[in-house]
Each structure stands twice: as structure tokens, then as C-alpha cells.
Design a binder for this molecule. Structure first.
Ligand code: ADP
Ligand code: GLC
Length: 475
């Protein structure tokens, strides 16, 4: 049995701000089917400590970047967790990343260095007889692990780093080299130094045995200056060990036939009608002569929804409607609140159950992202027969079959892509959407194709298992 410790800052359903949590929460079950025993190492935020059943303290650390800590094994929602209890780092109210002023907690570098430090110790010493063969680290928050491990492969577990979002580097000023317990001799361009700063992400990109990201197209984009967010050179240097492994979704939680959150569970496109009526009633929307478009998203510039604000009048003119659920940047929240009206329903906030009802009731889901490493909501759209309209970028390229004339002719389309990712092209896509929606036979065919597209974890779980086997030390 291969043993893998997953090292992450979020894990669904215990603590989530985005898709990272879904992936980290889904991998253990998906990989169990491949003979991998995976535990997840998480920071002991208050919401984590409240959610878990602790089974005993297992590892003590007298000084974890400024205070005592211990790792406790715990269970929650069928997951085997290891929780780093370190009140000085994690016991604080509000967002897991941001202080009350809306900025990163000033000690974020130490907070996640603490997570990585404990991961490296578990890798070295094992824990209660459980010795991981591989440390699977996620994003910059897990990326310092190689810095804290012995540098000789074979003397440590294999290390995989998965990039869910290259936009976040985990930077810290050089004055923190000592407090982060980093080797000062590695503060240079071939090490973790990045334009005069410490970059946790760069440390991981250089130190891990294998790098993965969450779609093949994003893997290719990361090698190019336009997509590499300043680290494309490092990615090109490590090209040989990079792979793109597509995310799946939890097919039990996101199953329209059994979903307890939706008004009328269904297993074919015809079954969506009562859910659409219920959604309209819930959101205060009347019947309309065009498609009901939905959005479930963080409201940040990555997601491109500012472009939607500009082209919304054109959608409404064609008889379309919008129902949006999201939260994020204050100006965008306000702009959507201001756009609300008889054909535009806006809910600012985070609401898991409503997100399911939007997917069940919508005709189309809009994902106009400027960049998107993988994206999960377009996959929910496919499963729910809710046609995705997506920017041509990252995982959105890999998961949606565009309704081009050729794809329509052979009857394989599952959604609409627009290129380049601009407001004009989004405008064009929404206009195409309205045309297709009126052609009932074509629309139904697309919905059937979408619902039949595999979106589960099985193939990607196999790919991860293969990767782990490649780098696990021979014991
Ligand atoms: P990202 O991780 O970049 O935000 P993903 O598409 O990978 O994008 O994942 C987003 C996840 O967060 C999905 O599970 C989506 O349903 C969920 N989500 C985003 N915003 C909300 C919200 N306001 N309410 C409920 N769920 C949300
Ligand atoms: C990140 C990306 C998103 C991806 C998710 C899970 O949050 O923005 O595209 O689906 O991670 O990998």
C-alpha cells in the first residue's frame, strides 16, 4: 500500500475558499481505489478544530515559528486528517488567509512555513508508525516542504507539488530568511530567491521531484511568458517533470439524479424544467423568452466577470436572464448589486445549497475567466446539462467541446468557447448561445452530450498513482 501525505491549506468539506479544497478533499477517496492510502495535513484553524474528532496528540514541536505546536490525528467526513494545532499561527477568527483589513495576515509566510515544517518532520520520522512514501504538496502554502527535507532523494519521501494557481507566489521579504529557517546559501536566482524576495512557490518548483498542474492546457500555458506569472522560465527549466492532470468532480455530491438540494432531481435534460421554474421563483425572476444564465464564482479579476457586466444589456435584449451567486472584491460585489433588476438576480455571499439549485435550474453557466487552471463549475454544468460558456483558456479548453459548425455537424458539442477572452468575444458567445437555445433539437443534443461526458476522478486518480509510484523511495 502506497502511503501519501497531502499537504494543503484547505480541504472540503472542513475548510474551503475555492476549488483547491474540493480537489484536496476528493483525492483520498479517488486514490483509495488505486491502492493509495492518503492522509491530509491541515492547519488547525478554528473551523477545522470544530469539525474534527481528534484521536490523540501524536507529534510535539516546542517552537513552530513562534510558539508550541502539536500534530493531532483526526477524522472528519470520512477523511483521515493530521491537524497542526498551533494557536499562535492559526487560532484567529475570519478568513483563513486575510485579516480584518482585507489584506493577507502579515505572518502568512510563517503560518504556512509551519505547515511545511511539520510535513517534512512527518516525512522524516513517520507518525505513529505511519511513514509516507510521498509528500503531495499543494500551491505555495505547501511549497516550502522541499526546503525543510534532506536534499538527497532517497533520504526523504518523494515530493510532488501541484500548482492550482500560479498567481499566488507566497512572497516574503529577504529579512525573513532567518525567521523562516531557510538556508541563507540558497537565497539566489538558482534557489528560492525571486527578484530580491523569498518565493515559497519557486522553492517548491525547484525542489519537488514532480510538478503537476490541474489541466494539460494550463501546464503548457505555464511554460510561456503570457501564462507563467513570472515563473515560466523555471517551468521551462523543469519541463521534463511537469504534467497536467485534469481535476474531476465528486460525482456523488454533484449528481442531479440524487441531489438533495434541488427541487426535482433528474437524469435527463427534460427533467430540468421544474428546477428552472423553482429557481426563477426563488430568485424573483419572471418567465423570459431567452436562456437563463447562471454564475457561481469568486468575484475577482481572474474570473472575468467584469466583462460580463459590460455585455449584460445585450443578453437581456435577447430575452436572456442572469442569476449570479458570488463573493469577492468589494467593487465587483457592488457593481453586480447595482446591475440587479427584473431579469438579473444577484446573491452576494457563499451558499453551497443555492449553488446546486443554480446548476440544476440554469440553461447555461457562464465562466468567462481570463485564466483558469482547471475550473470546476463548468464540470458541474456538464453533469447538470447546464451548457458551459467559457473563455478559451486553461482547463476550460480541455473540458468543453465548442459548438463550432463542425462540432455541431457531427453532434459532439457540449458548450461554447470564446477566443480571445475579451468582452467583445463574450458578447459574440452570448449571442450564439441565444441562437442555439432557440434551436431546440440542437440544444437538446448538446445537453445530452454534456450530461454524458465523463467528469469523475477515475482517470486522473490513476495518473497520480502512477506518478507516486515513479518517485517513491525503495524501502
Ligand atoms: P476557484 O478555485 O478558482 O475559485 P473553481 O471553479 O476551481 O475555481 O472552484 C470554485 C469552487 O467554489 C466550486 O466548487 C464552486 O461551486 C465554489 N463556489 C465559488 N463561489 C461560491 C459561492 N459564492 N457559493 C457557493 N460555492 C461557491
Ligand atoms: C484553483 C484554480 C481553479 C482550479 C482549482 C482546483 O483555485 O483557480 O481553476 O479548478 O484551483 O484545482
Amino acid at each position: 500500500m502506497m502511503r501519501v501525505l497531502s499537504v494543503a491549506s484547505e480541504c472540503s468539506p472542513v475548510v474551503k475558499t475555492g476549488g483547491l479544497a474540493d480537489v484536496v478533499g476528493a483525492l483520498p477517496a479517488a486514490l483509495a481505489a488505486e491502492g493509495v492510502e492518503m492522509r491530509v495535513l491541515l492547519p488547525g484553524y478554528p473551523q477545522v478544530l470544530r469539525a474534527v474528532d481528534r484521536t490523540g496528540p501524536v507529534m510535539e514541536e516546542w517552537d513552530l515559528f513562534g510558539g508550541p505546536a502539536r500534530v493531532v490525528s483526526a477524522q472528519a467526513a470520512g477523511l483521515d486528517l493530521l491537524v497542526v494545532e498551533a494557536p499562535h499561527l492559526y487560532d484567529r477568527p475570519g478568513s483563513i488567509y486575510l485579516g480584518p483589513d482585507g489584506h493577507d495576515w502579515p505572518d502568512n509566510p510563517e503560518r504556512f512555513a509551519g505547515l511545511c515544517w511539520m510535513a517534512a518532520r512527518i516525512g522524516r520520522e513517520g507518525l505513529g508508525g505511519w511513514q509516507p512514501d510521498v509528500l503531495h504538496c499543494h500551491d505555495w502554502q505547501g511549497a516550502l516542504v522541499p526546503e525543510y527535507c534532506p536534499r538527497t532523494p532517497g533520504e526523504r519521501p518523494g515530493i510532488v507539488l501541484t500548482i492550482h494557481n500560479m498567481a499566488f507566489h507566497g512572497l516574503a521579504p529577504p529579512s525573513r530568511v532567518g525567521s523562516l529557517r531557510l538556508d541563507p546559501w540558497r537565497f539566489h536566482a538558482e534557489g528560492y530567491e525571486y527578484w530580491g524576495q523569498i518565493s515559497a512557490l519557486k522553492a517548491g518548483l525547484l525542489g519537488a521531484d514532480r510538478l503537476t498542474t490541474v489541466s494539460p492546457t494550463y501546464a503548457a500555458e505555464l511554460m510561456r511568458p503570457e501564462g507563467g506569472m513570472g515563473l515560466d522560465g523555471v517551468m521551462r527549466r523543469r519541463r521534463e517533470v511537469v504534467s497536467g492532470i485534469l481535476n474531476g468532480i465528486d460525482e456523488d455530491a454533484w449528481n442531479p439524479a440524487t441531489d438533495p438540494a434541488v427541487a426535482a432531481p433528474y437524469d435527463s435534460p427534460e427533467g430540468k424544467a421544474p428546477n428552472k421554474a423553482a429557481l426563477r421563483a426563488e430568485m424573483g425572476l419572471a418567465d423570459a423568452p431567452g436562456p437563463l444564465c447562471v454564475v457561481v464564482s469568486r468575484l475577482t479579476s481572474q474570473k472575468g466577470l467584469d466583462m460580463l457586466l459590460g455585455v449584460l444589456p445585450a443578453l437581456l435584449e435577447r430575452g436572456g436572464q442572469l442569476a449570479l451567486l458570488g463573493s469577492g472584491e468589494a467593487w465587483m460585489e457592488q457593481a453586480f448589486r447595482d446591475a440587479a433588476g427584473p431579469s438579473v438576480a444577484v446573491r452576494i455571499g457563499y451558499d453551497e445549497a443555492l449553488s446546486h439549485r443554480l446548476l440544476a435550474g440554469g440553461d447555461a453557466i457562464l465562466v468567462p475567466s481570463r485564466f483558469e487552471p482547471c475550473g470546476l463549475t463548468q464540470l458541474y454544468g456538464l453533469r447538470y446539462g447546464t451548457i458551459p460558456v467559457v473563455g478559451f483558456t486553461g482547463g476550460l479548453v480541455d473540458t468543453v467541446i465548442n459548438a463550432s459548425p463542425a462540432a455541431l455537424a457531427v453532434g459532439v458539442a457540449t458548450g461554447l468557447q470564446f477566443h480571445p477572452v475579451t468582452a467583445d468575444a463574450l458578447h459574440g458567445a452570448l449571442s450564439r448561445l441565444c441562437d442555439l437555445w432557440h434551436d431546440r433539437d440542437v440544444w437538446l443534443r448538446m445537453q445530452r452530450n454534456a450530461m454524458a461526458q465523463p467528469v469523475g476522478w477515475a482517470p486522473s486518480a490513476k495518473a497520480y498513482a502512477r506518478l507516486y509510484r515513479d518517485i517513491a523511495p525503495v524501502r
